[in-house]
Design a binder for this molecule. Structure first.
Ligand SMILES: Cc1ncc(COP(=O)(O)O)c(C=O)c1O
Length: 384
């Protein structure tokens, strides 16, 4: 290994001497404890309660969507979004391969088929230029339906993912979806607090989703949110998330097969506490980026990825990009051994046995980014 690689490892040890080395720890204070105490004292611990309503209202205000429906997880929110459009086994859904497995699992819950498309090297989201070329070459419009020429299945939707908090070129993706009449769903699970051209990620498409898992920018323990500007979508998804029970009837009447996907008041109580300090958390995460950048600026073999153009990133995770994969591997193993919370980038999903036979474009950028990157310790506590 080169001298520089050992210097990078030494630098980590020096700068993290008195700092939080975990990959991404949540930040709590007394507010969450007080809120949880209120739930227990009032006995409102389950799906009904003021915190659920308050959390929804505050999130919709924060992201600028008309409606927000709190769910048990981001995965559940994605499942509901696809379910709303009756996505099924006759359909294909365009999706990046470089994403967390939940994005594609939600497609598979409905027996629909993921069709993997490549990413852009800078923003790590779907590359609109490669997408357009792929659609031109591999699809055909028949009777108003966009069909995959090879599989003959209809291409119905696209899930745009704002990976690691970096907004993708959602304006261009939206244009392409409009041109080809493809539904646009945004997986903003990792990008709460990230904006593209001053608009919050997740609010460009037909439906967007957020996650409040323990490792996210703010957390409810576990939780998710559907965000939308459509009253009809909001009402329907709230209904589906509560077992499709008709609340105006006393006789436990369910008018379709629904899901137990409603967020609990306990989770929302934590979420409301977290929202009180989201500004502070987001500021500290931007500081993390500048702190890493400053400390590692002299090294040629690795650079810290910066937010894409026209964007404001939440810097959910700090990403190091290496020129050389062997050096990347060496740093990863060494830092891990020394107790640093480091992770490889999400494994490209087309390489998993469970998804390997699904249609895909050439995924050159996806494979390259996967082989070159590490996500580093990124807790807000590092620079709070
Ligand atoms: C890109 C992406 N999509 C979806 C999810 C699913 O969210 P959840 O863990 O809340 O189900 C996650 C994270 O966990 C994610 O990172």
């Amino acid at each position: 290994m080169s001298k520089e690689i050992n210097e990078i490892i030494d630098k980590f040890e020096v700068i993290f001497r008195k700092r939080d080395k975990s990959h991404h720890a949540p930040y709590f204070d007394q507010i969450e404890k007080n809120n949880l105490k209120k739930c227990i004292e009032t006995t409102y611990v389950s799906y009904v309660g003021n915190f659920v309503n308050e959390f929804e209202k505050k999130i919709s205000k924060f992201v600028g969507s008309k409606y927000a429906i709190a769910t048990t997880s981001g995965t559940a929110a994605l499942h509901l979004a696809l379910r709303y459009y009756n996505i099924n086994n006759n359909h294909e859904v365009l999706v990046p391969s470089l994403t967390y497995v939940a994005t594609v699992n939600a497609i598979r819950y409905l027996n629909s088929i993921p069709n993997f498309v490549d990413i852009d090297n800078e923003n790590l989201g779907i590359c609109p230029f490669k997408l357009e070329k792929y659609l031109k070459n591999s699809t055909k419009k028949i009777n108003g339906k966009l069909l995959n020429k090879k599989t003959k299945r209809e291409i119905k939707a696209l899930i745009a993912v704002h990976l690691y908090g970096f907004p993708c070129r959602i304006d261009l993706l939206k244009k392409i979806c409009k041109k080809y009449k493809i539904l646009l769903i945004e997986d903003a699970a990792e990008s709460l607090g990230s904006f593209y051209k001053s608009q919050h990620t997740g609010t460009f498409g037909n439906i967007g989703i957020l996650s409040f898992n323990g490792n996210k920018t703010i957390t409810c323990g576990g939780g998710g949110m559907v965000i939308t500007n459509s009253k009809q979508i909001a009402q329907k998804l709230k209904h589906l998330s509560t077992h499709a029970r008709l609340s105006n009837r006393e006789d436990h009447y369910h008018d379709e097969v629904g899901y137990n996907y409603r967020m609990t008041n306990l989770s929302a109580a934590v979420g409301c506490g977290q929202l009180k300090k989201i500004g502070k958390i987001l500021k500290s995460k931007i500081k993390n980026y500048y702190w890493y950048k400053e400390n590692f600026k002299k090294f040629q073999s690795m650079k810290i990825l910066k937010e894409p153009k026209n964007s404001k990133s939440n810097y959910w995770l700090i990403i190091g990009k290496f020129k050389n994969t062997a050096e990347r591997n060496h740093i990863f193993k060494s830092l891990k051994k020394k107790g640093f919370g480091v992770r490889l980038c999400w494994r490209p999903l087309h390489t998993l046995k469970i998804f390997k036979n699904f249609p895909r474009d050439n995924l050159k950028n996806t494979n390259k980014i996967y082989s070159q990157t590490i996500t580093f310790p990124s807790s807000s506590k590092i620079n709070l």
